[in-house]
Write a protein that binds this ligand. Sequence first.
Ligand code: NAD
Length: 512
Amino acid sequence: MTSTMTDYTRLRDDLLAKLPAVKSFIGGEWIESPNGETFDSISPVTNQPIAKVYKQNAEGARKAVQAARASFDGGKWSRMPAQERGRYLRKIAELIRARADEISVLESADTGIPIHQIRGGQVLRAADNFDFFAEMATHLTGETYPVGETFFNYSVHRPVGVALLITPWNTPFMLETWKVAPCLSAGNSAILKPASWSPLSAYVLAQIIEEAGLPPGAFNLVYGPGEGVGASMAADPDVNLISFTGETTTGKRLMHSGADTLKRYSMELGGKSPVIVFEDADLDRALDAAIFGVFSLNGERCTAGSRLLLQRSIHVDFIGKLVERVANIRVGDPMDPSTDVGPLIHHQHLDKVLGYLDVGRQEGATIAVGGTRPDDPALARGNYLNPTVMTGVRNDMRVAQEEIFGPVQVVIPFEDEAEALRIANDVRYGLAAYLWTSDGQRATRFAPEIESGMVWVNSQNVRDLRTPFGGMKESGIGREGGTHSYEFYTETKTIHVALGSHPIPKMGLPAK
Ligand code: NAD
């Protein structure tokens, strides 16, 4: 495993120098765009282009849907026994592990996420996704419903058809594999449409899937604007289901695009997740988790604990320690293994996050730490922002209600359990929540009352792949993970079999 900044930087430069203009992968072939148009991937470190990507339009999008449809209907993948499909998926996992350095470096170059967070976690998790769903698919069973001696009913799971998988730019590789693996394991044909700000790791994924030898059209990769190719594929009658991860507003638009053809949706959307710390908690551990939970992955994390709710009795002390630690977080080049926070993905996104700092100031919040760009001249060209904590925040302020999606945490005090719950739930999102208390009864009472799809109790965000993942309220629709993925990626059919001659009402006989 490569380990120094020099090694990673050299590998990055080498890979980018050799990278051709990135093509889409459709029907088993590498395709340029119909009119030769490209877009650039921009480095968050320098704001200079690092790669060119062929940009598909409606014609390319249609081609991908047709290829996926033909593959699905042809049956080579969709009718293959699950165990055999599993062998292909395990091969993909193996190839991801073999190319983990390369994937990590490209993803870090594309997104600005610190290399050690990708290499040490995200990429390995991506490989795990394939191994896990390779196994899961072989355990997919139906149910039987014997009805006395007259009927025998049973259910079977079948793949649904063509799945459109639309992914965001934050932690792209992990999120892409989180969709592609269960989708393929169930026997569907997949079309992956990655975000245009982070196209590179998906390119390696497509190469790996090609090398693993899946039948042509079972997996397709299409690059292009969401409003264009994303929306046109969403409206295409040959697409059956859409798994989307991204902003809540985009999710709503996407539902309109697919409404006329009644798509099946899984929606993993935005969040504004509370970290609730009671005075009886293990405060050192709560502090570690509260910091890691919002400042890792540059704060560009759907489940970030971006609202820190502190019981008033510990509020001042806790903030003191928080500010001291946050001021020490290492901001720097993402290729440096000692960097904790890298540059934000795009200068437009940095502007958005900086805009929220202005909003907070205007609303009367105090920037207790951060709020500025780093002084280091070596970082001047990148989209860097010092990790920021805002105090004096009320829950009705925009900075407490809207997803900032950067290294920014807002702190809100509360008196007691009732107020903590009211504040935690007084938000339109409901993705994750983190609860810190040593009182077991309180934890057991409180956790189910929080309006979020997932609650971590005295824990940072550690997820077992078998557990359901998804949000409530405006954070999403549906759950993926473990068997829940198959509720989305398969059709459950019920088959009713008569075992004898049960009575059938007769109509249309001559009148007696
Ligand atoms: P985004 O909504 O801007 O884009 C996501 C994807 O949708 C991109 O591929 C984009 O090209 C595509 N898209 C945009 N408009 C479209 C349209 N009209 N039709 C079809 N596709 C369209 O999101 P983003 O800025 O890339 O990602 C950040 C957001 O993702 C945050 O809100 C974050 O919370 C959310 N997110 C949620 C989860 C989760 O699991 N709940 C996980 C990660 C990120």
